[in-house]
Design a protein around this ligand. Sequence first.
Ligand SMILES: [Zn+2]
Length: 397
Amino acid sequence: MRIISIICSMILLTMSEYAHAQNPIVQNLLNDVRLDSLTNFVKQLSGKKSVVINGVTDTIKSRQYQQPGNEKAFQFMKAEFIRFGYQVDSFQFNASGKNLLAIKTGYKYPNKRFMLGAHYDNWPLTSVAPGADDNASGTSTVLEAGRVFANYSFPYTIVFVLWDEEEPGLLGSIAYVPTIGSNSETLMGYVNVDMLGWDGNNDSVADINVRPVANSYTLRDKAVLCNTAYNLQLNLHVVDPGNGSTDHAPFWNNGHSAIGIDEEYDNDFNPFWHTPADSLAQFNVSFYQKCSKLAYATIAEFALDTVNTVGIKESKLENGFQIYPNPFSEQIIIRSEKHNEPIESVALFDCTGNIIFEKRIDNLATTVFMPATLHEGIYFIKVFTSDHSFVKKIIRQ
Ligand SMILES: [Zn+2]
């Protein structure tokens, strides 16, 4: 059992992952989530209920990118986020494609962002296509997050993003992700939701898609902890390497920390997927609400935690090794990109040169769990390979 320490309002709490404490703010936030609000958004996005767009009552019959409902959905969602009090932004990436971003600026780290996202376009190419599970479910999870999170303040910035043109090939996220960082903002972590409504065998299995990129495993671990701490009663199925066919994939491909929370793709796939019969009637609404809450708890825990370091992007060292995150808190990942040069051992020294530990590795990549007793400050990590050794300064925060 791994011991995790969390600094919380000057009190040092040490707890096992099976006794992860609830954050009362996150619990309050989860209590504000309403199933009728989630399903109302699904009804509006899937044409089961009319919407008012620019003062005109209308129905979104399909959100497929060539259908008029795609733009109607964009305008509807934009107006909802404005109604909740957000600053909104659009990201046009081609003649028909437009992502929607709603921004809640952090009071302490305005340039450090957590993102929660879903694609709003759907399939198939018919004039009526509700696309309720794929992906009015995820889109509504993001809209409900907008409604609920509006009443809370966070030290970190949270961005709610709705991607367009996922179905023809993740076009919206592929266009956007490489622009992250161009305005001096740092992406701390991304949570994607794509299809949360189907649980055909009522086993409460939800997938956490993850890959060993940047601190994606830290996001996965947080989601697993939140499921227990907030008693969400999902059976989480970690898929590693995670599914590459939705909008979390461009984040991994650009070196960012990301996970995808979804219904069980492997063994219980929605048989109505990409058909005109993909409707709210097939939802397991209790499962749907639990998956939404899991995404909210994961994002909120990070965005409230003033000491987390999850968002450090992978950086390449010139000698072919990566060491991240730096600053670190609980663990550090060391990876050799030289396939003929595995890491033989690792040693940690304090700033006076005293050795704290040495560890045999014999692998191309390793996660080094740091002693929970390690104080904040500067340390030196020495990495030995069969050919040479090098030292890097790392900071415990
Ligand atoms: Zn989808």
